[in-house]
Write a protein that binds this ligand. Structure first.
Ligand code: SAM
Length: 258
């Protein structure tokens, strides 16, 4: 590792892992095999990378911070480093086709949701993703209907994959410590293709939860114009419907528009 002093940038969500036990637990939880392609999001100065690079010769990393890039180039010779904003990444361009791919990352928390949505969008290329995020977001991924954490992220993630809540990580395991407790989640991308398009599912789920206090007959009104989906209880609120009901409903709306 480079010894140069590194000034962490709050604006980039830089909370570097400093707890060797937690780092070990993360590496042990990562199911990728040596021959797999692995993408690390936000490697920073390499707290995880230092253990990943010797294990995964096809490891590639995406990092936005030029100072971190310098450290990485110095420390991990030969590694493919993408100096990019993950939210502007052309995923199709960098993901190899026809082999097993994984994602790992201690995510920058200010953009956790958009990163998760991007991973869901490109899930067909990935076997799984091992991710550190705010505990509050991790709870949303695995939340059940009729709970306060259940929402857009829960429905989409549970339909497009199988999220597994692994363990909590306390603020003291990072330098500098974040204000919130964190959690590791593994998302298995093991689900069959949805019956509806991703686009329609997203539209239905967003429309429903954007007015989560209203009955679905009201909340979903913009989508119900001119159609009468059968077999759905629209007298309840968005949190009552399971992910499968959302997928079925999106399919009916889509069919009725064809
Ligand atoms: N993996 C390192 C660790 O565990 O110590 C660093 C994790 S830190 C929580 C998040 C990292 O994501 C930082 O290195 C930060 O510079 C990087 N990052 C922030 N925004 C980014 C973006 N839009 N695209 C790519 N990387 C980003």
């Amino acid at each position: 590792m480079s010894q140069q002093p590194f000034k962490t940038k709050k604006s980039l969500g830089q909370h570097f892992l400093s707890d060797g036990n937690v780092i070990r637990k993360i590496i042990e939880a990562f199911p990728a095999q040596a021959e797999d392609w692995v993408l690390e999001i936000g490697p920073g100065t390499g707290a995880l990378t230092q253990y990943l690079w010797p294990r995964y010769p096809k490891l590639e990393v995406v990092e936005i911070d030029p100072q971190a890039i310098e450290v990485l180039q110095h420390s991990f010779e030969g590694m493919n480093i993408h100096h990019r904003d993950i939210l502007k990444l052309n995923w199709e361009e960098i993901i190899p086709k026809g082999q097993t791919n994984y994602v790992i990352g201690n995510l920058p928390y200010y953009i956790t949701s958009p990163i998760l949505f991007a991973l869901l969008e490109y899930r067909k290329y990935f076997k799984g993703a091992l991710l550190m995020m705010q505990k509050e977001v991790a709870k949303r991924l695995v939340a059940s209907p009729r709970t306060k954490d259940y929402g857009i992220l829960s429905v989409q993630t549970q339909l497009m994959g199988t999220p597994e809540y692994l363990f909590d990580v306390q603020p003291g395991s990072f330098s500098p410590p974040p204000k919130v407790t964190s959690a590791m989640v593994y998302v298995h991308f093991d689900k069959a293709k949805l019956p509806c398009s991703d686009k329609m599912l997203k539209s239905v789920v967003r429309t429903a939860f954007n007015q989560r206090r209203k009955k679905l007959s009201n909340a979903l009104k913009p989508l119900l114009e001119g159609i009468e989906p059968t077999g759905f209880d629209l007298s309840v609120r968005a949190e009552e419907w399971s992910p499968d009901i959302y997928a079925e409903f999106a399919l009916q709306v889509e069919r009725s528009r064809r």
